[in-house]
Write a new protein. Structure first.
Length: 116
């Protein structure tokens, strides 16, 4: 069973940067595409980024493209989200995600707060 643990959240001023990390248990990490989602206050959970199994293909939502990058280290079972030029509207709980048939697996989330 895959388990995900996020870390790296915190409080940062607008324009600042944070790097989130997701550590996955299990020895099949490299067989899964991985994703990041977020849930802003009062909003539905939304897609942020995804990265392919080998790390060569990434896709980011329009709202973060050009500011966030996603990467993975299959040797360490980690997937990172580098967030630059943060804006107050990026304030959210960020979740790591993987789909392990027949359902998605989520981490516990990490809070990111961006002050103006």
């Amino acid at each position: 069973q895959v388990r995900l643990v996020e870390s790296g959240g915190g409080l940062v001023q607008a324009g600042g940067s944070l790097r989130l990390s997701c550590a996955a248990s299990g020895n099949t990490f490299r067989t899964y595409n991985m994703g990041w989602f977020r849930q802003r206050p009062g909003k539905e959970r939304e897609f942020v980024a995804t990265i392919s199994r080998g790390g060569t293909n990434t896709f980011l939502s329009y709202s973060v493209k050009g500011r966030f990058t996603v990467s993975r280290g299959n040797a360490k079972n980690t997937v990172d989200l580098q967030m630059n030029n943060l804006k107050p509207e990026d304030t959210a709980v960020y979740y790591c995600n993987v789909f392990v048939f027949p359902r998605p697996v989520w981490g516990q989330g990490t809070q990111v707060t961006v002050s103006s």
